[in-house]
Design a protein around this ligand. Structure first.
Ligand code: NAI
Length: 325
């Protein structure tokens, strides 16, 4: 199988290149992301491999179909970037990696929450300048506080364990509660009202779009810390900024952002940033922005490469497709 591998970064090559031989496929590494303009680069391949910010619109799907490509390999769990109606209508199979390291994302969310709460990002820059003052860097104990986990799937469950390890009371919300978890399921509004820390772990769907908005922020506790390692559009960024400006929100950790496409994963440090919302967010001392890297551990990268190529192998050999979207 020939796979056109879009949006290649050095760390992708590191994991995929050696494994490709084992799975008997040829990978054509392409730096560009997949768009209607770049789809032609997949010419001659049997499949494309894409990541979170490659959007398979109807136009892109038609472009793929016109090249005879019938397989999309998502090297990620989320699939909100694929127009499934279009791919289905064109007979294109979409396979994903549903789980690679839930712990990686949950551990990252906790690290970001602790960083924001204890202001480690500011302490780091201060001490590098030999400014040893700790004025303004006071945090709060996590011990004994209430954490709210929205979405109690694979990552949410790891998050619950981690919060419990910090001796927090854990509230949870999910459309499908799992009574085996060490958390108390409550209605969403109650979670908003009672949580000192809120960590988002549900997928982006029509129901969860702007789940955190002006109204829900109003319901939250004064000084609440919000962490989003899921998908950017779960949060209405304009409402978030208002909540930060009026002091309602005590801290925010964003590993994802609604308009991250074209910015995240790229070095744009020499460019003028035209996104006034992101630039405003980055001015708050209590906001930590990272570039969609919650998944980024050695273990997760290895698991992603193996599962993606297993998916390709299964498709090529007419085996049962376990990870079909
Ligand atoms: P999962 O599918 O195991 O769990 C998702 C949970 O959300 C399920 O329990 C589901 O019932 C629940 N859910 C669905 N709709 C909901 C709603 N309207 N309200 C509340 N809960 C709802 O997914 P997993 O592996 O835990 O991943 C969660 C999300 O994390 C993914 O959708 C993806 O967007 C994001 N992610 C982010 C990464 C990063 O690097 N920052 C890496 C991997 C995933």
């Amino acid at each position: 199988m020939d796979i056109a591998f879009f949006r290649t970064k050095p760390y992708d090559r590191l994991w995929f290149e050696p494994l490709s031989k084992e799975y008997g496929c040829r990978i054509h590494f392409i730096e560009a992301g997949l768009t209607a303009d770049t789809v032609v680069l997949a010419s001659g391949s049997n499949a494309v491999c894409i990541f979170v910010n490659d959007y398979v619109t109807e136009e892109v799907a038609e472009g793929l179909a016109s090249l005879g490509i019938k397989l999309i390999l998502l090297r990620c769990a989320g699939f909100n970037n694929v127009n499934l109606d279009a791919t289905k209508a064109l007979g294109i199979t979409v396979l994903r990696v549903p789980s690679y390291s839930p712990a990686a994302v949950a551990e990252f969310s906790m690290a970001a929450i602790l960083t924001v709460n204890r202001q480690l990002h500011r302490a780091y820059t201060r001490t590098r300048d030999f400014n040893m003052s700790i004025n303004g860097l006071m945090g709060r104990d996590m011990n004994g506080k209430t954490a709210g986990v929205i979405g109690t799937g694979k990552i949410g469950q790891c998050m619950i364990d981690i919060f419990n390890g910090f001796h927090m009371k854990v509230l949870a919300y999910d459309l499908y509660p799992n009574e085996n978890l060490d958390a108390v399921y409550v209605p969403l509004d109650e979670l908003f009202e009672k949580s000192d820390v809120i960590s988002l772990h549900c997928p982006l769907t029509a129901d969860t779009y702007h789940l955190v908005n002006e109204l829900s922020i109003q319901k939250m506790k004064q000084g609440v810390i919000i962490s989003n390692t899921s998908r950017g559009s779960l949060i209405d960024s304009a409402a978030l900024i208002e909540g930060l400006k009026n002091g309602k929100i005590g801290g925010v950790a964003l590993d994802v952002y609604e308009e991250e496409e074209g910015l995240f994963y790229e070095d744009v440090s020499n460019k003028i940033i035209h996104d006034d919302v992101l630039t405003r967010l980055s001015t708050f001392p209590n906001v930590l922005i990272t570039s969609h890297m919650g998944f980024f551990t050695r273990e997760a990268m290895q698991a992603i490469a193996i599962e993606t190529l297993e998916n390709a192998f299964a498709y090529e050999n007419g085996m049962k497709l376990l990870n079909i979207v």
